[in-house]
Design a protein around this ligand. Structure first.
Ligand code: ADP
Ligand code: MG
Length: 703
């Protein structure tokens, strides 16, 4: 692994890039596909056929034997079904490779087993995958060989979205259309579309694979369901940005190479706050590709970790008591002629277009805080949001000192006449160059923070697809843009109207602005006073999808139909119940077949010792006390185990998806915590050598 890496040569080498298309396609076909991707519209069947053939040749030259439509069903991960390029053998026994427009454009996976939330009954199982020309095809190399992956959207026979990509693509069209209306009003007549740029910072844990394999909870649920804290946690802050350990370094090196080949712009890597926790950040790119690439990042992390004898944990909270993992979704809007709508310039107070955009975003987040929170919901994230390490479940916007000041001026006087300047950083050391400071410091506790020329949505869970958060962001901001454009396009005096509109939006919605400590109890109370929603769990957030205001929003911009929203609700409830059910069953199994037998054996060892000492004529008070403690602990474990089994049994009898999820949240989760407590306590008094699974210390500090 010590050979030098030539990034330029390997970057995108496994991607069917526009550059490769240019080389391999007739000029008119190349121009057609580029035009369709940039401006929308449909590709002709003839051109698709030519592209399919070029793609096949390129893939075969690169060792691919199979192709797959690669899609993102509502399981949150990607799905694929491999078909080889083989065609029917000829009479002479030889064969040819075949891949035509038909196979490229449309696939029909036997899709009855993917969640559809009642959109499709099993006897009407047809689902189609449809080629997404805007995200490049790529070759994935794994144990299964090299496979040409074609990014696709996944829909039912009647055209309802069964995946995460379709609504994302719809939302990207909606925001582009509405944002274009805004930039037109400010005289930008060249821009043909407004793109969403996204950079998703990905946090993850790496642990030793052999130890991972000794823990059923990690295998079945991706997180530890038991485990007393190690003597050392993250309190020394010595892991954060620390020197990367050799084994992890080798992993990162290979991960980068694999990602670069796939055109993923892996850029930054570092150790995170918790021991064994790390982060990877790519360079931002167009949102649809960024979403596909984030899936590739997660998948590649798992695969490369395996090769290095480690397991990559993407769960939001693999270990209690230390930080969990998230995904910071950096989001901005850029015209195709290169103007970032979120770039304030040196003096944001003069930048009216920027102020209007910011006012619209503030309005959007305040109006749809519930939806935004929902978009960052996965079961694992319930253990993280609001746990003093990740932003709270309350959505608020952080603008920073400079913009807060501009907003204040606008609300108070209707005009903003000045901007606070960052100034220069004085270190007090004459040999250090004075550097220009940013206009604002950071706030790590805010869920939605302005960071210079983009917003950073920090609530997203580490295992989650970024499709939903971006779909929701695009939708809610499109709505605010639309309202603004409707008014401004009709205004007799544009300058007056834009001025009034910014002031009005800010006055109405500034309650969502917050720059203080988002982890504090005071903020929870303050947010309640301000009337901001605090949806603590995933289950509480589900029905935000079908409120009247949500349905109106999504239908207006053609992002979801009501039926699609209802189906998603059902899937979310079901996925919650199923996940907690697996966790509860894993706990029951581990306690019954691992912890209890080990502790019982241990108590016999102590009892034997007591007997031996006492029959030798001495007292054994220390051993007796330990024995009693162990016995008491055993009893508590047994009672808590019985309780969990009972409650779990009741949960399984409930049919209604919402009622079932609520029951899991209110009862099963509690019973699980009650069972964990005595097991973790006994871990701290039992002989280490009898403990049946690796401890937190083993998992976190000995990678
Ligand atoms: P920060 O230090 O604020 O976290 P970085 O420059 O380290 O900012 O970027 C963090 C992530 O944000 C990276 O993935 C980066 O590519 C992405 N990013 C930077 N600028 C933008 C932008 N304009 N739009 C979207 N993402 C961006
Ligand atoms: Mg960041």
């Amino acid at each position: 692994m010590s050979e030098t890496v030539n990034i330029e040569k390997i970057f995108g080498s496994k991607v069917f890039t526009p550059e490769k298309m240019k080389e391999r396609l007739p000029g008119n076909v190349y121009e057609e596909i580029i035009r369709v991707n940039n401006e929308g519209g449909e590709l002709s069947f003839e051109s698709a056929d030519i592209i399919a053939n070029a793609m096949k040749e390129w893939a075969i030259e690169n060792g691919a034997t199979h192709y797959t439509h690669w899609f993102q069903p509502l399981t949150g991960i990607t799905a694929e079904k491999h078909d080889s390029f083989l065609a029917h053998p000829k009479d002479d026994g030889t064969t040819i490779f075949k891949f035509s427009a038909k196979e490229l454009i449309k696939g029909e996976p036997d899709a009855s087993s993917f969640p559809s939330g009642g959109l499709r009954s099993t006897f009407e199982a047809r689902g189609y995958t449809v080629w997404d020309t805007t995200s490049p095809a790529f070759i994935k190399e794994s144990g299964a060989g090299a496979v040409l992956c074609i990014p696709t959207a996944f829909c039912s026979y009647t055209g309802e979205a069964l995946d995460k990509k379709t609504p994302l693509l719809r939302s990207l069209e909606a925001i582009s259309e509405q944002a274009l209306r805004i930039v037109r009003l400010f005289g930008n007549s060249d821009a043909k579309k407004v793109q969403v740029s996204v950079g998703a910072e990905q946090e993850y844990f790496l642990i030793d694979r052999d130890r991972y394999l000794q823990r059923d909870d990690l295998i079945f649920t991706g997180r530890t369901l038991f485990g007393a804290p190690a003597p050392k946690g993250q309190e020394m802050d010595d892991h954060y940005f620390g020197v990367i350990r050799e084994r992890v370094g080798e992993f990162m090196k290979e991960l980068n190479v694999e990602l670069w080949k796939l055109g993923v712009t892996a850029k930054t890597q570092h150790n995170e706050v918790a021991p064994a926790q790390h982060e990877l950040a790519p360079i931002y790119e167009e949102a649809n590709t960024a979403t596909d690439h984030n899936q590739i990042v997660m998948e590649t992390m798992k695969r490369v970790a395996f090769k290095h004898g480690m397991t990559c944990l993407l769960h939001e909270k693999p270990f209690a008591g230390i930080n969990g993992s998230g995904k910071h979704n950096n989001w901005s809007l850029v015209t195709d002629n290169g103007v970032n709508l979120l770039d304030p310039g040196k003096t944001p107070n003069d930048n009216i277009q920027f102020l209007l955009v910011i006012a619209c975003i503030i309005k959007a987040v305040d109006t749809h805080a519930d939806l935004l929170r929902q978009s960052a919901s996965v079961v694992g994230n319930d253990l993280r949001l609001g746990a003093q390490e990740a932003p709270p479940a309350i959505m608020s916007v952080f603008l920073g000192e400079q913009l807060d000041d501009v907003v204040k001026q606008l609300i108070e006087t209707g005009v903003a006449s000045r901007s606070i300047d960052g100034g220069t950083l004085q270190t007090g050391v004459s040999t250090l160059i004075d550097i220009e400071k940013d206009g604002t410091d950071r706030n790590r506790t805010s869920p939605f923070a302005f960071t210079g020329n983009k917003f950073e949505f920090r609530s997203v869970g580490s295992s989650d697809s970024i499709a939903s958060p971006n779909t929701i962001l695009n939708a809610i901001v499109a709505e605010a843009f639309c309202e603004a454009a409707d008014r401004l396009e009709k205004a007799p005096n544009f300058d007056d109207e834009v001025h009034d509109l910014i002031k009005e939006f800010l006055e109405k919605h500034h309650r969502v602005l917050f720059g203080g400590d988002g982890y504090s109890e005071e903020w929870v109370k303050e947010a309640e006073r301000r009337g901001l929603p605090n949806l603590k769990t995933m289950v509480d957030a589900v029905d935000t999808l079908t409120t009247e205001k949500a349905v109106k929003l999504f239908e207006k911009f053609g992002i979801f139909t009501k039926a699609e929203l209802e189906s998603r609700e059902e899937i979310l409830y079901e996925s919650y119940s199923k996940t907690i059910n697996i966790e509860a069953l894993t706990m029951i199994d581990m306690v019954s077949r691992k912890y209890l037998p080990a502790i019982i054996r241990y108590s016999k060892q102590i009892a034997d010792t007591v007997n031996a000492i006492e029959s030798a004529g001495a007292d054994a008070p220390v051993q007796m006390e330990l024995l009693q403690n162990v016995q008491e602990g055993l009893l508590r474990i047994k009672n808590a185990l019985e309780d969990l089994k009972n409650i779990e049994g009741k949960a399984s009898l409930i049919d209604d998806p919402k009622q079932k999820a609520l029951f899991y949240k209110d009862n099963v989760v509690k019973a699980m915590a009650e069972l964990r407590k005595p097991v973790d306590e006994l871990e701290l008094i039992c002989d280490r050598s009898i403990w049946p699974v690796p401890t937190y210390g083993d998992l976190l500090f000995e990678v």
